[in-house]
Design a protein around this ligand. Structure first.
Ligand code: 5AD
Ligand code: FES
Length: 342
């Protein structure tokens, strides 16, 4: 095996220039994926944790250039589930056997801290772990959700390249995003972050920085996905990221952070029909099947070509279960919290 990969294997650490070399060089890809798969197996085992994803509102006050939910997208038909609907989908998820639900939405101010807490308290009665993915909030809000029973929080940094961050996120602030990550850690959440791969003008250097950033913040989960241009956004004519590069970034994250949870992301499957399974064999140990019902799935159109938009929660559950079993992996029956052994 290559020297850099040997070093990564034995130290779980690489310098920025070593990271760039791996990202640049495609000759070592198979070794990289095989090593990430081994490190996954040795540290988090063969179990795959399923998290039921509820996309409860596509209303958003932000204007992220790449995202279909951006407020300036007039073509998107907006929806907001009622708290009762959200709770109902969560209870059904628990009946399908999910141990975690992920509540995700645009940054929708209708869901006040009070409303979110009420939803959390109701869902907690069903012994589910709750992951929130609802954007930038104040320390006080994060604290209130935690006290109501939220366990985890996902907030991708998207890119650590501050110039690129500014261009991609009008009226947002990199500092505030990192403040959110710090507050969540302080409040003892399991913290998930991640980045987009293939944003316009994103360099391999900046992807290397992203990877080092995930280590620095001591993330519990990292989700990596390719950027897929959405026709109803200002980035409609951009190239987009590749499956291969996103997979490489993900595999490197596994090698540097052996015990964390890493989802095989939906965006990966959008670019490759077997994307999630390939990801599960290159370092990932989590899948987040959609448990939203009806045509809301279609309307939660962050990027085009999203998978499963015409499927039911039951179909997704069966589909992913058989795929996971077909590669000799098992479905976890526990909550799948991050267990730090190093
Ligand atoms: N392509 C791929 N992923 C996207 N996201 C937003 N827009 C896109 C896109 N066009 C990702 C962001 C966000 C997550 C919920 O979806 O990284 O954090
Ligand atoms: Fe939804 Fe396969 S996971 S149909």
């Amino acid at each position: 095996m290559d020297k850099i990969l040997e070093k990564a294997k034995s130290t779980n650490n690489l310098t920025k220039s070593e990271l760039v070399q791996i990202l640049q060089n495609d000759e070592l890809n198979e070794d990289l994926f095989t090593l990430a798969d081994k490190i996954r197996k040795d540290n988090v085992g063969d179990e795959v944790h399923l998290r039921g994803l509820i996309e409860f509102s596509n209303i958003c006050k932000c204007s992220c250039k790449y995202c279909g939910l951006r407020k300036d997208n007039d073509i998107l038909e907006r929806y907001r589930l009622t708290p009762e609907q959200i709770i109902d989908f969560a209870i059904k998820a628990s009946k399908y056997g999910y141990k975690t639900v992920v509540l995700q939405s645009g940054e929708d101010a209708w869901f006040s801290a009070e409303k979110v807490c009420e939803i959390i308290r109701e869902i907690k009665k069903f012994n589910l772990a709750i992951t929130l993915s609802i954007g930038e909030k104040t320390f006080e809000e994060y604290k209130a959700y935690k006290e109501a029973g939220a366990d985890r929080y996902l907030i991708r940094i998207e890119t650590t390249d501050e110039n690129l961050y500014k261009k991609m996120h009008p009226n947002m602030d990199f500092e505030n995003r990192t403040r959110c990550l710090k507050d969540l850690k302080k409040l003892n959440y399991e913290v998930g972050s991640g980045c987009l791969v293939g944003l316009p003008n994103q360099t391999l250097n900046s992807l290397a920085d992203d990877i080092l950033f995930f280590k620095e913040i001591d993330a519990d989960m990292i989700g990596i996905g390719p950027f897929i241009p959405n026709p109803n956004t200002p980035l409609s004519d951009e190239q987009g990221g590749t499956f291969k590069l996103a997979l490489k970034v993900m595999a490197i994250v596994r090698i540097l952070m052996p015990t964390i949870n890493i989802p095989a992301t939906t965006a990966m499957e959008t670019l490759n029909p077997n994307g999630r399974i390939i990801a599960l064999q290159s370092g990932a140990n989590v899948v987040m099947p959609n448990v939203t019902e009806g045509d809301y799935r279609k309307k939660y159109e962050i990027y085009p070509g999203k998978i499963c938009i015409n499927d039911t929660p039951n179909q997704c559950r069966n589909c992913i279960e058989s795929k996971i079993k077909s590669i000799g992996r098992t479905i976890s029956t526990n909550y799948g919290f991050h267990i730090k052994t190093k």
